[in-house]
Structures are given as C-alpha cells and as structure tokens.
Design a protein around this ligand. Structure first.
Ligand SMILES: Nc1ncnc2c1ncn2[C@@H]1O[C@H](COP(=O)(O)OP(=O)(O)O)[C@@H](O)[C@H]1O
Ligand SMILES: [Mg+2]
Length: 314
C-alpha cells in the first residue's frame, strides 16, 4: 500500500512557554487539495515549516510521500516545493530569465528548463509578461511567478502558505484557477488560509486549526452541515408583511416575526424568483442582507463560544 501524500501524527511545537501546536494529526491523500484553515497566529505557518523541513517539531512525526521529514529531510526536499522558499525573484530580470536562472540552480538540462518554463508561463497566464522585467509586475503576477519558479523541479507536493492573502479579488480568482489547474495535473496541494470561502472553493478536505489542535476535519460539505450555508436574510417593516412573505416562500418565521432567511447556496435564479414573488405581492423588505458563514461561525458552531471568546484564539 502506498503511503499518503502527507501524514502527520501528534505534532507538538512550543516557543519558550507558548504552546503553538498541541497535538496535531491529519492525513492528505495523493492528488488532493488540502486546506489548513485557521485565524492569524493559529500555527499554520509553523505546521508548513515543520512539514517542509525548515524547523523541527518537539514531538510527533510527519512524513511526505512516506519519507520522514526529520530522518529523510533531503529526500523530502526533493519531493516538495514551498512558495517563497528561495529568495525573492530578481526584480531586474524578466519572468522568463528568472525561471531559467532557477533551472540552472536546480541543475536541470536546458531543454527541460525551456519546456517547463513555457508550460508554467502558460499555466500562470504570464506568457505576455514573460519578456518584461519583474519590477513592472503587479503583486499578483509576482506571486504567480514565485510559485511558477518553485514548480520548476516538478514537485509532487506543493505548500502554499496563504497564497491569496493581500491580493485583490481579481488576482485572488486567478490564483484559485491556477491552484485548481495544478491539482488537475495530479499534484498534491497543501494550502493554508484564513478564509473559509477559499477553503470551500478549493479544498477536497479542510482541517480547522485552533488552540493548537485540529478542531474539525472534513469536506466543505461536511463543515457546512455544522455551520450552515450562505443565506439571504430579509427583514420586514411589520410582522404582517413578514407572515405573508413566510407563507409565500414556504419558510419558517425567525426571531420576532420580522425576519426570514433563505438558503443562498444554489443559483441566483432561486433568489431572484423569491424576490420577484414578494414584489408581485407588494411586499417590500426593509433590508436584504447576504450572509456568508465565516471562520468565526465555524468556531462558534464547533465550540459554542461567542464571537468575543473566539477572538481569544487569535
Ligand atoms: N520563531 C518563533 N518564535 C516565537 N514564537 C513564534 C515563532 N514562530 C511563530 N511563533 C508564534 O507561534 C504562533 C503561531 O504562529 P504561526 O504559525 O506563524 O501562525 P499562522 O501562520 O497561523 O498565523 C504565533 O503566536 C506566533 O507568534
Ligand atoms: Mg502564517
């Protein structure tokens, strides 16, 4: 039987007297996109650094493709890639030149480098920018080039530590598409994120890290079953409107009879027809809010804590 792409058992890591990882265990299957979801300071980067052999855990074991990260760290380094692993790209070189430079450092033959560079520039939608110096790139383009460079050696497992933090929505969407494309090529992807939506969009499996432990693990669907779906919340001016709307939409009344909430996970068609229905009956909601579950909701659902108490995880 082949080993899982990543296997982690009982990891512990403390700095001075601060326990960062208390007892972390999980497995990632080959070819999966795995998301480690946690707030700022939860220990995501610490986990990535242990798995990518940059630091050692105090206790527990971790292996990549069956190779122990401590005992076989050289082997592990050949299998993985870590964004930002190499000093930042050279600003005064073009994107293509940066790729060729790294190819040389990795001792890849020139033909392989040329082929991989072309493939990666296409994959990352950087073909047009390939001949321009990196200084002229946007933040999103730079990050894509950084990842492209880390992929030159055709790694089996890729670590992406908060790949979209700080990116604008457009760059984020294109980064997501690129990550999906990588996964389609059969690479195992370990990504960390603070955004529930990102994990939901990308991951085959999500593990939630809080207080040094994995507090929940499963598919996005399984997590949503715990925390609830995206919803459209309607507030009405008076309870008569509220009651009529509830009857029309076949929904139970919530709270003080002034509020309704309908699942918004599906298509916009269902939302539009619901709003049209109200309009036809001259019911005008006082407010319409779109509510997406957040990481706070995950913690609340899992721990029953209020938002304030949850903050203390950070
Ligand atoms: N080298 C270090 N020395 C001391 N404390 C550290 C060190 N690295 C991380 N920490 C602490 O460990 C906790 C987790 O950090 P980190 O793994 O970077 O979290 P995340 O990536 O989820 O934001 C934080 O409280 C951070 O301050
Ligand atoms: Mg981090």
């Amino acid at each position: 039987m082949r080993a899982p792409a990543i296997q982690v058992r009982g990891l512990k890591k403390s700095y001075a007297h601060k326990v960062v990882l208390d007892d972390v265990s999980f497995e990632v299957e080959r070819g999966q996109i795995f998301a480690l979801l946690g707030e700022n300071g939860a220990g995501k980067t610490t986990t990535v650094r242990i798995l990518s052999t940059l630091i050692q855990a105090d206790r527990g074991t971790a292996s990549i493709d069956g190779c122990d990260v401590t005992l076989e760290s050289d082997r592990v380094r050949q299998i993985i890639s870590l964004t930002g692993q190499y000093a930042a790209v050279d600003e005064l070189l073009t994107g293509k030149e940066n790729l060729h430079l790294m190819g040389g450092l990795l001792h890849l033959d020139r033909q392989t480098v040329r082929r991989r560079a072309t493939e990666l520039l296409t994959l990352f939608d950087l073909t047009d920018a390939a001949g321009k110096i990196v200084k002229t790139y946007s933040g999103g383009m730079r990050r894509k080039l950084d990842i492209a460079i880390s992929l030159l050696g055709s790694p089996k497992v890729i670590f992406l530590d908060e790949p979209t933090t700080g990116l604008d929505p457009r760059s984020r969407a294109s980064m997501w598409e690129m990550i999906r494309q990588l996964a389609r090529e059969g690479v195992t992807i370990f990504l960390t994120t603070q955004y529930l939506e990102e994990a939901d969009q990308l991951a085959d499996k999500i593990a939630v890290l809080a207080e040094g432990r994995i507090v929940a693990e499963g598919t996005a669907e399984q997590l949503k079953a715990v925390i609830g779906e995206e919803r459209l919340e309607l507030h009405f001016h008076n309870s008569a409107d509220g009651r009529r709307a509830a009857t029309l939409l076949h929904l139970p009344m919530e709270g003080d009879g002034l509020q309704l909430s309908l699942p918004a996970g599906g298509t916009t068609d269902s939302l539009r027809s619901a709003l049209n229905m109200l309009h036809e009956h001259d019911i005008v909601p006082a407010t319409v809010n779109y509510r997406k579950p957040t990481l706070d909701d995950v913690f609340m659902a899992l721990t029953g804590n209020t938002e304030k108490e949850v903050r203390h995880y950070a």
